[in-house]
Write a protein that binds this ligand. Structure first.
Ligand code: NI
Length: 165
């Protein structure tokens, strides 16, 4: 496995719409492995193709350690409820926003064996699914945020998190 470079900030690739994956090749399987490694190394809960310079509809999510979702050509088929919460992105370091998302989403995707499957997630998992799938359409969370947090708020947040240690 290899750690990939995460594209950040004004990198134009982050604003592009990704193409579907037609065929699951060994290259795609390696990409999934590398994306999981890269996400973990960066302490993220999700990562999408464009963030590692690949304009394909591919996402990995791991909100709970060891429970990895590998999503190829994912499509949200159902949304329910609303949650409003804090969100950040590995591609926008040092930023944080307040973002409304559905409380529960169901999506359909292809797994690494080429099988189509359905998964439903709530809370943080639903938020991660929505955030990562938005990346595939070139949408970063500030575009859908209620508001971005101020540097003072972010500083306070970091201080609180350090208190927990
Ligand atoms: Ni992101």
């Amino acid at each position: 496995m290899a750690k990939l470079t995460i594209r950040t900030d004004d990198d134009p690739i982050l604003g592009k719409v990704c193409k579907p994956i037609d065929k699951i090749t060994p290259r795609i399987l390696t990409l999934l492995d590398d994306m999981v490694e890269t996400m973990r190394h960066a302490s993220g809960v999700g990562l999408a193709g464009p963030q590692v310079g690949v304009l394909r509809r591919i996402v990995v999510v791991e909100c709970e350690p060891g429970v990895v979702y590998e999503l190829i050509n994912p499509v949200i088929t159902h949304r329910e409820g609303t949650q409003i919460g804090r969100e950040g992105c590995l591609s926008l370091p040092g930023q944080c926003g307040i973002v409304p998302r559905p409380m529960t989403v169901t999506l359909e995707a292809t797994n690494r064996k080429g099988e189509r499957f359905t998964v439903t997630g709530s809370g943080l998992l639903a938020r991660a699914f929505c955030h990562e799938l938005d990346h595939l359409d070139g949408v970063l969370y500030p575009a859908v945020a209620q508001r971005m947090m101020t540097p003072e708020e972010i500083e306070k947040l970091y201080a609180e998190e350090n208190d927990d240690d």
